[in-house]
Design a protein around this ligand. Structure first.
Ligand SMILES: C[S@@+](CC[C@H](N)C(=O)[O-])C[C@H]1O[C@@H](n2cnc3c(N)ncnc32)[C@H](O)[C@@H]1O
Length: 193
């Protein structure tokens, strides 16, 4: 195409200037969605919640590496839908509450505030791990989040982000603080006295 790349050609066809209105999308093809991880999604459905309470654990989805991945590999570029300020008052009563990200934005008066955003694509499927192996970056201008591997990843590893310290579920990956029935800890306390 006489030195014109496919991307430039597409942009010319649509009258779009470079970098302005185009977000190049990437998704690694070396990923898989696993459906039966122990990290169950929260459910608002009363019947399902009862079934979980009575029958035990409820499985959830997670993103895993289907091949070895080098550090800094782009896993996905996900479009987001920022919610209007105040809309979280409604989403917190729905299952969506467990899927939204904090999103900085500005009011019409120019005041910086934090709202929420729904993330499309794999961004909503990454589970939490305190020592995350995926990092993410917001682009508040272009309304996308880019996810990258934080280090070399082995085939079969789960790809996780960190949700921070204030979790509203029990972290199945968290190290158990007291093993056994706790008597070891009690013995140690008594010895120290
Ligand atoms: C954004 S969703 C992640 C995808 C979710 N596993 C699914 O199947 O739809 C977040 C929810 O996943 C579950 N989750 C994520 N990380 C977890 C972890 N380390 N331990 C237990 N549950 C986890 C929690 O229920 C959390 O509210």
């Amino acid at each position: 195409m006489d030195g014109v790349t496919n991307q430039q050609h597409e942009q010319q066809q649509h009258g779009i200037g470079k970098n302005e209105a185009v977000v190049p999308l990437h998704r690694s093809t070396d990923l898989m969605l696993v459906l039966n991880t122990p990290k169950g999604a929260h459910v608002r459905d009363v019947v399902l919640t009862l079934a979980v309470l009575l029958c035990g654990s409820h499985t959830g989805r997670g993103v895993f590496a289907a091949r070895d991945l080098p550090a800094y590999t782009i896993l996905d570029v996900c479009p987001v839908l920022p919610l209007a300020p105040g809309e979280e008052a409604y989403t917190q009563h729905t299952s969506l509450h467990y899927y939204v990200y904090k999103w900085p934005t500005e009011t019409a008066e120019g005041k910086k505030i934090m709202t929420q955003a729904v993330v499309f694509g794999l961004g909503s499927m990454f589970n939490h791990r305190r020592d995350q192996n995926v990092v993410w970056e917001r682009d508040t201008e272009r309304l996308v989040i880019t996810y990258r591997t934080a280090r070399d990843i082995k085939e079969g590893e789960e790809l996780c982000i960190s949700y921070g310290d204030r979790l509203n579920f029990e972290d199945v990956d968290a190290p158990r603080e007291v093993e056994g029935d706790g008597s070891d800890m009690l013995n140690r306390i008594q010895l120290d006295l």
